[in-house]
Design a protein around this ligand. Structure first.
Ligand code: COA
Length: 152
């Protein structure tokens, strides 16, 4: 694991880049947050980046993304434990991911979200300067899906 660095905004919060050794913790967080086994379809992705958020050294959230196309980074999944929400942790994870991938040379950051199921991420992204890039109906999830994007 890389050295964590403290978030400037939330007391006791550290966001750290993690490697495969953190997968058991990510699976546990994913199960608690999304109530599902699958985290993402494959971890064998170019540019895979996994961030973990810990509050007073306790893992409370994660965010995973990878390269979608040259110059485009895709944030595939992320979340925060229910008891740790509305303290700015998702914002800190997103801000850190934006900083890291911009430094890596990506020019555009995108993610898909289901605002009826999880409204918080859409509201957070719009407040951080993302704009709507695509909207469709997903037949697998039987719900409307938005793609939000930000130029870096
Ligand atoms: C969405 C989620 C990641 C937000 O995590 P969080 O740490 O609570 O978010 P933050 O505290 O950083 O929120 C920052 C801002 O986003 C917005 N926001 C976050 N959650 C919100 C919600 N449920 N409803 C409305 N606005 C919300 C608010 O503007 C908030 O600022 P405020 O608290 O000052 O009003 C979390 O609720 C979660 O894990 N949900 C389930 C999984 C999920 O939706 N994942 C993302 C799928 S794309």
């Amino acid at each position: 694991m890389a050295t964590p660095h403290p978030s400037a905004t939330v007391h006791g919060l550290a966001i750290q880049e993690v490697d495969d050794s953190a997968l058991p913790v990510i699976h546990r967080l994913n199960q608690s947050i999304f109530d599902e086994e699958r985290v993402i379809n494959s971890f064998n992705r170019k540019g895979l980046l996994m961030l973990m958020a810990s509050l007073q050294d306790r893992p409370v959230g994660f965010k995973i993304g990878y390269e979608k196309q040259p110059s485009v980074f895709y944030s595939a999944k992320g979340g925060v434990l229910p008891e740790a929400r509305r303290q700015g942790i998702a914002r800190a994870l997103l801000e850190e991911m934006l900083v890291v991938v911009e430094a890596q040379g990506y020019r555009r950051f995108v993610f898909d979200t289901f605002p009826n199921k999880h409204p918080g991420m859409t509201i957070l992204a719009l407040s951080m300067g993302f704009s709507l890039a695509r909207a469709d109906y997903n037949h697998t999830y039987q719900d409307y899906r938005l793609q939000l994007a930000k130029e870096l």
